[in-house]
Design a protein around this ligand. Structure first.
Ligand SMILES: [Zn+2]
Length: 525
């Protein structure tokens, strides 16, 4: 039998690996590549494995870089089941629909640009004078419903009429819905068949609600092989969900090959314990200035962690009880999924909230904002409050409107709690905001471009570390050392190349047999 590493190899996104035996092809994850737009778009369209030949797939967790191409897989003939935990199946329903919606709007926007450029080109080549220019301007206007909304019917019509090359979305909302039908939610620690002579047992990975470490046992040529796949491994002692599993069942302990993540294989995080007091300080300082705290946040995971810690601070009377708004429809849906899975919470969550009949994520000061109108009213609210809104890196979504109404005012705070990739608005806010503070706020404030308009960044920018869903170098090593797994060989994936190579080096020093595979490189067992 052999294992081939197709995605998240010497990089962090696009997780996908294949186990092939004499009878089966079992896919581990089928994630989206993210990063530079054009490059990822090209990589995402190519599935290196024929979906019709895959027996079943195992999904480690619902993050899009692990699950995002499942609709493409199903669209291209995959007929097996997607084996995962129940929470992952439920969260995926919302996350994959959201992803499909993004695919559709991206395609719409690219087609809009194609048509607009073509119209501009026509008007120039015609040289039609004022009448021609007026006509062009009129035609250009029909491409939009209003300032922020495109008109796809007109755009697609003109693509056909002019014979232009349009872009199809990677998959549609309908494709995502069809994919959800293939999902099979399972409990942790319960072996399920995934092939003719293969079973998989899922263990809590402590990374995100429903995340799993998969232990796959396969009969091949009269021998039993055990392959472990860590998926993403969480931090120890973080709020809400349990720590990564250290105690595996006796039959799952002897691992021939462990496929292991290495996102922070060469880094150390701030301690989890510092989070709460730092959040408390930010809230107190901002409320004292009479300002609001804007928190760009991922809808899945980070938003619920924030609500949890805020709930604790409010219950303890550590901060003034100002209103908290969750302004992201996806975050609202995902928070409901969290509420439905108390079985995965850690002991502290049970003791602090559940045993007292409290929902950790919803209390009298929290409002889940529904309609666009409510969201717009909140934009104009100048009273002290907290807004948690998506997208996490400020690339789209309602957070943009909160920012454009508030960042020019030094009373307010933009609180950065997550990773900001290069070339995103979130990264520019973070870097330029911190640099401005370091300079003693001298000279003109940095200028931010939001929805095609410029705004001075006078609000305070604060970064809170420690909110990471991934274990750092020492936590990853702790997982290996403190767990009762006996690992023969480790393949390092899911890390930028320098992180993976450095982590491999430190594991070699710990005495493990380690490889860092190349993309598409098969490993025989
Ligand atoms: Zn993840």
């Amino acid at each position: 039998m052999q294992v081939t590493f197709y995605g998240a190899v010497r990089e962090v996104t696009g997780s996908m690996h294949l186990i092939e035996t004499e009878n089966d092809k079992i896919l581990l994850d089928c994630g989206m590549f993210q990063g530079r737009r054009r490059e990822s778009a090209e990589k995402n369209r190519i599935l290196q494995v024929d979906p019709r030949k895959i027996t079943n797939m195992i999904l480690s967790h619902a993050h899009i870089d692990h699950s995002g191409r499942i609709p493409l897989l199903v669209k291209n003939g995959f007929a097996g089941r997607v084996v995962c935990t129940r929470a992952t199946a439920q969260a995926s329903e919302y996350l994959l629909s959201d992803s499909a919606h993004i695919q559709e709007s991206d395609a719409e926007y690219l087609n809009y640009k194609t048509v607009r450029n073509h119209i501009n080109h026509l008007s120039k080549s015609k040289n039609g004078g004022q009448g021609g220019r007026d006509q062009t301007a009129k035609l250009r206007k029909t491409l939009k419903k209003n300032r922020y909304q495109l008109n796809p019917e007109t755009i697609n019509g003109l693509i056909g009429e002019y014979g232009l090359e349009g872009v199809e979305p990677l998959y549609t909302t309908a494709d995502a819905q069809a994919a959800i039908e293939a999902f099979e939610g399972n409990p942790y620690r319960h072996p399920v068949p995934v092939g003719h002579q293969a079973t998989c047992t899922l263990y809590d990975a402590g990374h995100i609600l429903g995340s799993a470490i998969s232990i796959i046992k396969i009969q091949n040529n009269g021998r039993t092989y055990t392959v472990g796949y860590t998926g993403d491994i969480g931090r120890f002692d973080k709020p809400i969900i349990k720590d990564p599993t250290l105690d595996f069942e006796p039959e799952d302990r002897d691992i021939d090959l462990l496929i292991m993540e290495s996102t922070y294989g060469d880094r150390l995080h701030e301690p989890v314990i510092d989070l709460k007091p730092r959040l408390q300080a930010v809230l107190n300082e901002t409320f004292e200035r009479g300002g609001a705290v804007l928190i760009p946040s991922f809808a899945f995971g980070r938003t619920q962690e924030l609500l949890y810690v805020l709930h604790e601070l409010y219950d303890e009377g550590a901060v003034p009880r100002k209103p908290i708004y969750v302004d992201s429809p996806l975050a609202t849906n995902i928070t409901r999924v969290f509420g439905e899975h108390p079985e995965v919470y850690d002991q502290a969550a049970h003791e602090t909230f559940l045993q007292q009949g409290k929902n950790p994520f919803s209390f009298d000061k929290v409002t889940f904002v529904g309609s666009v109108e409510e969201s717009m009213a909140l934009n104009r609210d100048e009273n002290p409050h907290v807004v948690i809104s998506a997208s996490g890196m400020c690339e789209a979504g309602r957070i943009l409107h909160h920012l454009r109404f508030k960042i020019h005012n030094e009373r307010h705070t933009v609180l950065i709690v997550g990773f900001m990739a290069a070339h995103t608005l979130g990264r520019r806010l973070l870097e330029q905001g911190l640099a401005y503070a370091e300079s003693g706020r001298k000279g003109p404030a940095p200028i931010m471009r939001i929805l095609n308009k410029e705004y001075p960044l006078k609000a305070q920018v604060v970064k809170l570390g420690g909110f990471s869903a991934h274990g750092d170098k020492n936590e990853l090593r702790h997982f290996l050392k403190a767990s009762n797994l006996n690992v023969k060989q480790i393949a390092i994936v899911h890390g930028e190349e320098d992180q993976s190579l450095s982590f491999a080096e430190s594991l070699k020093q710990d005495g493990y047999a380690v490889t860092v595979p190349q993309t598409g490189e098969p490993m025989r067992l």
